[in-house]
Design a protein around this ligand. Sequence first.
Ligand SMILES: [Fe+2]
Ligand SMILES: [Fe+2]
Length: 310
Amino acid sequence: MAITDDRNLIGELEPVARELLERHLKVQKEWFPHDYIPYSMGRDFDKEPWTPDQSRLTGVAQMAFEVNLLTEDNLPSYHREIYDMFARRGDSAWIEWVHRWTAEEGRHAIVLRDYLIVTRAVDPVALERHRMELLSVGYDRGDKNALRGMAYVAFQELATRISHRNTGRYSQDPVADRIMARISADENLHMVFYRDMLSAAMRLAPSEAVEAIADEVLRFEMPGAGMPEFSTKSVMIAKAGIYDLRVHHDDVVWPLLRHWGFFDIENLDAEAEQKRTQVAEFLTGVDAMAKHYEEKRARREARKQVAGQR
Ligand SMILES: [Fe+2]
Ligand SMILES: [Fe+2]
């Protein structure tokens, strides 16, 4: 079956959306941001203004938390995009999913902001200015059709899950770690919804689905990519090992490709076959580049150790 029209595809997948939404509602556990925040640490900012020495997070951890919060803050744009791709073309299950997903995502920014402000981990004025700047620009998916949109969100939810989880661990703050573990559990369930939706799409239109996945592997960008200074920040996040090419290759791209049986599907059309070959070559390159950076990091660590011994 050739699915060339998004409305047709989304309509065909409506029963799957219903099934996956119901499964999601069964496994998703209710949680409350306020249970995760040490409010006893809070002080009024008019009596005691923020100064950098008050932060319990430093350097890369502080910056990574801000990047993660701003990424979550951009939810109005993501809602618009997701609604446009799925809900506007679909029926009740799609609409319910998009609203439920948005409500869950909203919690992530709430808990992160409360934690960062109550513990004085970041400059509240800079944070608010950055949020205003980012949301004034918004987020635009470009010309992705529904299949590419699904592939993108599957990779993006998994990438966000891993990035949040690793940021929490890296912070070495048990309060932050617990928050990030909780958010990551949500992101995982979001990923599972889109992953399984794409599996269903692959059964309907294997060549088109393979092409959509291939396009997203070849062009993947984190949702925060539009943020000011994102490239400098993402290099720092990569150097710290929170989210680098190795993590992207091993923990995000491959687990999904394996799950979908991306390289095993037979009887694809010529274009899909060609895209699949391109993905294989691309991933070999990513793996080699990841190895190169790992060796660089090992040399950096060794130099630091030698310098420390002197
Ligand atoms: Fe989120
Ligand atoms: Fe999510």
